[in-house]
Design a binder for this molecule. Structure first.
Ligand code: CAA
Length: 388
């Protein structure tokens, strides 16, 4: 039985800051952000977008009424969730009008949460082939103004509908995973920004890639030449380039050139969005599928998922015949092209806005052209709106 990705949706907020301008404001050479990190723009969420609304905005366009009746498992992978107890997936389930006879949970392990959700969804659908599962990766990456990680922030969500007979890609049963207790990146409950040991985190990301990649090849008796492309978790796109370069000595010259060309397509959207934690790997996959005209049905794509703390996983998927007909490339490009550019001062103001924490009533301004947004707070409860 083939199980995999039937549809993919994407959302990023409608504001961004230009990385060259941010570099200038921080007294840094623009080349450091543009080439050194491989980032051109960084998505900035208004206070009315949170992981719940971004998840709904990513999923709404891909779901038909029939899908909503068939979905009985909703998983939101996030590490910037809005509540310590109640799962973001419950709000999403309600706002999207999904069948009430559904399981709804939130999955957390840093940037790895959505991959854990996806594999859980595959297992669920294998046992209940008539059902569908909705997995959404939704995050706001926040390190703080003028912090060491500021240039690697971002915001957005990617929604994946997991079904039998998928139209985009089959998820192969070949995953290898690895866990180790390390402090490379974390966020204590009392902090709304991440703590990070930046350079150590990049070393561990590459170290864990080596561990799961070697084990993946051994377990599945596969080699790099069996993969037509590899997508990586992209906290910033240069990180993926370093990861690819770590694998390339195993490739012939021709294959190395081809893998590098595919990689450029796989980092295109991420370069304009920034880090979206759980969604970064899946945004990279979407970017590859949308932007790459050389891939074909039957091609096998490797995926490297890394969540600090840390859990890493390497697995693969195989593209289905006609997968190109089930993508919304023009919509994704339009979403990125139609965003509003913020000055650094306006980005700082937007970044610094806060929600009331004393239970008092707060009303937020209506956003134009967005289906789901946070409209306010009352007695510690979030109030969401849905525009039809
Ligand atoms: N022109 C071109 N390149 C330049 C340059 C210039 N003028 N100036 C500097 N550079 C290059 C540097 O040579 C360097 O390239 P290499 O890494 O290839 O050597 C690159 O720009 C970055 O320079 P620094 O290492 O000096 O930058 P930094 O000290 O500001 O740290 C960072 C960068 C560690 C990524 C930091 O932004 C950070 O801590 N980010 C958050 C943590 C992170 O993203 N970690 C990734 C792995 S963990 C993970 O993946 C989970 C997750 O999502 C967080």
């Amino acid at each position: 039985m083939e199980i995999g990705i039937d549809k993919i949706g994407f959302y990023t907020p409608s504001y961004y800051v230009d990385m060259a301008e941010l570099a200038e404001a921080r007294g840094v050479e623009p080349g450091k952000f543009l080439q050194g990190l491989g980032q051109s723009k960084m998505a900035v969420p208004p206070i009315s977008q949170d992981p719940v609304t971004m998840a709904c905005n990513a999923a709404q366009d891909i779901l038909t009424d029939e899908d909503k009746m068939a979905i009985d498992y909703v998983i939101v992978g996030t590490e910037s969730g809005i509540d310590q107890s109640k799962a973001a997936a419950i709000y999403v389930h309600d706002l999207l009008d999904i069948n009430p006879y559904a399981r709804c949970i939130e999955m957390k392990e840093a940037c790895y949460g959505a991959t854990a959700g996806l594999q859980s969804a595959v297992n669920h659908v294998a046992r209940h082939p008539e059902s569908k599962a909705l997995v959404i990766a939704s995050d706001i990456a926040r390190y703080g103004l003028e912090s060491s990680g500021e240039s690697t922030q971002g915001a957005g969500a990617v929604a994946l509908l997991i079904t039998t007979n998928p139209r985009i890609a089959q998820i192969n049963d070949d995953a290898v995973y690895y866990t180790g207790d390390i402090m490379d990146f974390w966020r204590p409950n009392y902090s709304d920004t991440a703590k990070v040991d930046g350079h150590y985190s990049t070393v561990k990301y590459l170290d864990y890639l080596d561990k799961v990649w070697q084990a993946f090849k051994e377990k599945n008796q596969l080699a790099l030449e069996d993969l037509q492309a590899v997508c990586f978790h992209l906290p910033y796109t240069k990180m993926g380039l370093k990861a690819l370069r770590q694998l390339l000595p195993e490739a012939t010259d021709d294959q190395a050139e081809s893998l590098q060309a595919h990689f450029e397509n796989s980092r295109y959207y991420n370069r304009y969005v920034g880090n979206i934690y759980t969604g970064s790997l899946y945004l990279s996959l979407l970017s590859l599928l949308d932007q790459d005209s050389q891939l074909q049905a039957g091609d096998r794509i490797g995926l490297y998922s890394y969540g600090s703390g840390a859990v890493a996983e390497f697995y693969s998927l195989t593209l289905m015949p006609g997968y190109q007909d089930h993508l919304a490339k023009a919509d994704h490009e339009a979403m990125l092209a139609n965003r509003n550019r913020l000055s650094v001062a306006d980005y700082e103001t937007m970044f610094s806005q806060t929600l009331n924490v004393d239970g008092s009533k707060q009303e937020l301004a209506a956003e134009a052209d967005v289906a789901f947004q946070l409209v306010g707070l009352d007695q510690h409860k979030r109030l969401y709106s849905r525009r039809q």
